[in-house]
Design a protein around this ligand. Sequence first.
Ligand SMILES: NC(=O)c1ccc[n+]([C@@H]2O[C@H](COP(=O)([O-])OP(=O)(O)OC[C@H]3O[C@@H](n4cnc5c(N)ncnc54)[C@H](OP(=O)(O)O)[C@@H]3O)[C@@H](O)[C@H]2O)c1
Length: 222
Amino acid sequence: MNILITGANRGIGLGFVRHYLSKGDSVWACYRSDPGKLGDIHARHLYTVKWDIATDDGPLGELPDSIDILINNAGIYGPEKDGQSLENITTRAMHEVFNVDCTGPLRVVQRLKSRVVASKGVIANISSKMGSSADNTSGGTYAYRAAKAGLVIVSKSMAVDLAPFGVHVITLHPGWVQTDMTHQTGLVDVETSVAGLTQVIANAQSYAAGEFIAFDGRVVPY
Ligand SMILES: NC(=O)c1ccc[n+]([C@@H]2O[C@H](COP(=O)([O-])OP(=O)(O)OC[C@H]3O[C@@H](n4cnc5c(N)ncnc54)[C@H](OP(=O)(O)O)[C@@H]3O)[C@@H](O)[C@H]2O)c1
């Protein structure tokens, strides 16, 4: 299968790369500016593509004619600590995080739609439970919550719009994962999260179009 992953140079994205390469798939691993640990992987079927999803510029690198699985993984958290409190959140931070976490995956799908349609593939958009209103009991984190909630909605529209083309779109929550984003805190390691997420992706057809699903297979109310 042909797999394309954004934000693939570290964290969960790099975990996806390692997983699919180990299964013998061909992987197009996209990175924003620094390929990082992708440079240490020597695999015949690994292709690296420079792609900053915060811009309207297209990817720099060869892309496959058909994509079986597109994983919109790239994302940012935005300001940390009190930076996303009601008192401190700024217009600029709201826009920056929304641009990457919500508009970014939309741009990627606009670019790659015909290639995913070619293989009647699956699109997995990585959101977060932080974007679930049903799960929000602690407030705050305005930019990240809003952008990830926006992505759930965008993903649902994509799911409806692409269903007639045979493309199945789902939204995923990876768990609280030990990556740079969480300063290596979190309840699960990258391998456990990716093992669960890839299982959900493999069974995507058993979930409704646009469903929001956690790495353990449970549906997330939003
Ligand atoms: N870790 C968690 O507990 C957790 C929980 C829920 C959801 N998520 C989501 O899971 C996804 C992966 O998170 P992670 O924990 O692996 O985070 P991470 O370690 O911080 O990695 C984020 C990745 O996104 C890339 N990225 C950021 N901005 C980009 C841009 N403009 N264009 C292209 N790539 C960009 C980064 O590239 P650079 O190296 O160039 O910055 C990096 O590869 C994110 O969408 C995140 O919101 C994570």
